[in-house]
Design a binder for this molecule. Structure first.
Ligand SMILES: [Zn+2]
Length: 294
């Protein structure tokens, strides 16, 4: 049933009804080679298939071994997820918040700071740093609006632009969240600044309503169920890095100005609490007058 391979000096055998080795039938011929391949290429194909199979098996074995280890977060008693050093819940936190132990910050946390930032910016609209920051944000939003693939994270900024969010609104939200994090350094793990960057990006991304998706289970039902689509971790990271790295000098100046305003307010309050000196001179005069009467 087998004949020698015609392209090989060493007698090899191929099926008589085919000029191609069985494993090679499943693969494309090598670049520049006819489909008439010799037995050696067939052996190479078998080797490659075996290698891939072994790699997949090794991959699964290592992932399985990792799942027996415990989550790295202190106090967590769950097993690790996939290749991560954390359990599934803490891996999700790392993906969406930038740190396995980070908590999601709410915009209500920096609502009071937002009023102060708005007031500050309204009094100095021509500040060169603010003008440059707004120009940068304007370009970023327009590029993202034109194409979701303009840069990493453009899908989120494009959604903001299409919802009518202005560069000034983005800057105010960013600066308010920045000031809040500076005021409360313990609110986020600050190992390498990743979690604060994620928090600021999430604050900006949350300025427009999130798109809604239909749950897969509701397709067969008459009433559809929808849910708010969460932003992807890499998009959050990209937006956070872009905004904070470029606008950090202006954000620091906003924070310092608000701190100085707070210090001035405290000084005014301290002045108002200062006790008045007793009217000593008037008392002496009064006593002298009373003595002279006696
Ligand atoms: Zn855990």
């Amino acid at each position: 049933m087998f004949a020698p391979c015609p392209t090989d000096a060493v007698p090899r055998r191929l099926p008589v009804d085919s000029t191609v080795c069985p494993p090679v039938r499943l693969m494309s011929p090598p670049r520049g080679q006819p489909h008439q391949v010799c037995w050696r290429v067939g052996l190479l194909a078998i080797h490659q298939i075996t290698t891939i199979t072994m790699t997949t098996r090794d991959f699964m074995t290592r992932m399985s071994a990792n799942s027996f280890a415990m989550c790295e977060v202190p106090g967590c008693q769950k097993h690790r997820y996939h290749f991560n050093p954390w359990c599934q819940a803490h891996s999700q936190q790392k993906y969406r918040l930038g740190h396995p132990q980070a908590t999601a910050l709410r915009p209500t946390a920096w609502a009071s700071r937002k009023k102060e930032v708005k007031e500050l910016l309204s009094t100095q609209p021509g500040h060169p740093g603010l003008v440059a920051a707004l120009q940068y944000l304007e370009k970023l939003l327009r590029d993202a609006e034109a194409s979701d693939g303009a840069f990493k994270g453009a899908i989120e900024l494009g959604r903001l632009a299409r919802s009518g969010v202005t560069p000034l609104e983005v800057f105010i939200e960013l600066a308010s969240c920045f000031c809040y994090i500076k005021d409360h350094p313990a609110c986020l793990p600050a190992d390498d600044g990743t979690a604060p960057r994620y928090a600021m990006a999430r604050a900006v991304i949350g300025l427009a309503p999130r798109p809604r998706k239909t749950s897969s289970g509701s397709l067969s039902r008459t009433t559809s169920t929808t849910y708010s689509a969460k932003p992807m971790g890499p998009d959050i990271r990209a937006v956070g890095e872009m905004l904070t790295r470029t606008l950090n000098p202006v954000l620091i100046q906003v924070y310092l100005a608000i701190e100085a305003r707070e210090a001035n307010k405290a000084a005014v309050v301290a002045d108002m609490r200062m006790p008045f000196a007793p009217p000593t001179a008037a008392l002496v005069e009064e006593l002298a007058h009373s003595c002279s009467l006696k």
